[in-house]
Design a protein around this ligand. Structure first.
Ligand SMILES: Nc1nc2c(ncn2[C@@H]2O[C@H](COP(=O)(O)OP(=O)(O)OP(=O)(O)O)[C@@H](O)[C@H]2O)c(=O)[nH]1
Ligand SMILES: [Mg+2]
Length: 422
């Protein structure tokens, strides 16, 4: 039995009269007023999305202006190895220095961390008729009551058990309460239907906030300049490398030329893992030796793609726990040096509430534009997705639904809500 079935069962036992009053009565008018006040209070208290606490300084493409184009280090035997190494080190070194021309990181939710416009995805059209139109006469109005509070407490427990974080659940319950109190329901419309619709629309709003379309956004960037750089970040084992390969496959199929950057130089086998995907997909992979400088590899990939007129660079980074400051600093360095168009936080749906903590910390340290939620084909409960969106103010845009290259889809908020509720 799904979350909502259990909730509805309890609801069915509720006598409508316990939580509603006759329309046009003074109590009904008071309930309408109270509903309005609750909605206003809620609007005023919405949490501000987490932004990176000390934003990565923006570098004015300092290696763009280099009059010498660096070749792909793996396309040919390296002749001027030492000089190039020194140049690369100097360039990365320079990127680490704070510059005068810092542009502040944008607070606009529809702009990427590097200030590129994200293409919004339209909201899902769902019928959110709470019965108002059918209630010209003979209706009832939901009022504040202990019984309503108890019902909402039950729902709160159910949502918490589906892996939603406390803060997200609280927001949902408050929004639901504000939506319900003062709502007219017709005598023919069952209260549980009204509540279900209100709950769906509340959850949907949470997931669709700042939601952008992956393909359209990439194509808009491409119309401007290439290569478009996409950087994947996240803790260990969430699915970054697999998602890198899936995105490469997806964009290749759309006719774009793709280059992968093996910027996980930390874990043994990580470079070969990505190179194997690249071989299978027929795309290039820029890499170094294990222990090499991740930022230098990423920068080489972008330079190389630029020199060859290729469209997309996808940077696969090493998994790291969000509390490892030096590793997080390395990630910020990759970001500073490459100024990626998009930063995707890769989350593991199975990690539940831990995924939320990780997302919040990554957002604080680096800022990301959207999340890819992987392993949704497993028995993950899904509530983490709602919480990630709520806690970071960044949407889930992609969903991993298996280990194959085709198993990456646009994240569908309505589908997730059905999964949680049904
Ligand atoms: N079922 C399922 N498995 C997935 C999905 N995405 C990734 N995996 C699996 O999760 C495991 C880890 O994936 P990786 O892509 O190596 O994860 P990673 O984040 O790169 O790991 P590190 O580089 O070690 O941090 C692999 O066995 C993948 O096949 C998914 O959407 N569904
Ligand atoms: Mg990996």
């Amino acid at each position: 039995m799904g979350l909502f079935d259990r909730f509805k069962k309890r609801f069915k036992k509720t006598d409508e009269k316990e939580i509603t009053v006759e329309e046009n009565s003074p109590e009904a008018e008071e309930a309408v007023e109270q509903g309005k006040r609750l909605k206003e209070a809620l609007e005023g208290s919405r949490p501000i999305p987490v932004e990176a606490s000390s934003p990565s300084p923006e570098i004015e493409n300092e290696w763009d202006d280099s009059d010498e184009i660096t070749e792909d280090p793996f396309a040919k035997p390296v002749g001027r190895k030492e000089r190039k190494k020194a140049r690369r080190a100097a360039s990365v070194e320079k990127a680490e220095q704070p510059t005068e021309s810092k542009k502040p990181i944008t607070k606009n939710p529809m702009q990427s961390t590097t200030g590129h416009g994200l293409v919004a995805k339209g909201p899902t059209e769902i019928e959110v008729d709470l019965g108002e139109s059918a209630t010209k006469t003979g209706g009832r109005v939901v009022m504040a009551s202990d019984k309503l509070d108890r019902i909402l407490e039950d729902l709160e427990e159910e949502l918490l058990s589906s892996d939603m974080a406390q803060s997200a659940v609280e927001e949902v319950i408050l929004t639901l309460k504000a939506t319900l109190i003062g709502t007219r329901i017709s005598t023919t419309k069952k209260l549980e239907v009204v509540v279900e619709k209100a709950l769906r629309s509340t959850l949907l709003r949470l997931l669709e906030a700042g939601y952008w379309d992956f393909d359209k956004t990439v194509n808009t960037f491409l119309a401007d300049a290439s290569p478009v750089t996409i950087m994947l970040v996240g803790v260990n084992g969430t699915g970054k490398t697999t998602t890198t390969a899936k995105i490469a496959h997806r964009l290749s199929q759309q006719g774009h030329s793709v280059v992968l950057a093996a910027a996980d130089t930390f874990r043994a086998g990580a470079i070969d893992q990505l190179a194997t995907h690249a071989d299978r997909l027929g795309v290039r992979c820029i890499r170094s030796q294990r222990g090499g400088d991740a930022a230098a590899v990423a920068r080489d990939a972008v330079e190389s793609a630029k020199a060859r007129g290729e469209d997309i660079v996808i940077i696969d980074t090493a998994g790291r726990m969000q509390n490892k400051t030096n590793l997080m600093e390395e990630l910020r360095k990759v970001h500073r040096v490459t100024q990626p168009h998009l930063v995707i936080f890769v989350a593991d749906a199975l990690a539940g509430n831990d995924a939320v903590t990780q997302a919040v910390e990554f957002q604080r340290m680096l800022s990301f534009d959207g999340a890819a939620l992987c392993k949704l084909d497993t028995d993950a409960k899904g509530g983490a997705a709602l919480s990630i969106a709520h806690a970071t103010g960044r949407p889930i845009v992609l969903a991993g639904i298996g280990q194959g290259y085709d198993d990456l889809i646009d994240f569908d908020p309505a589908w997730l809500i059905d999964t949680i509720l049904e």
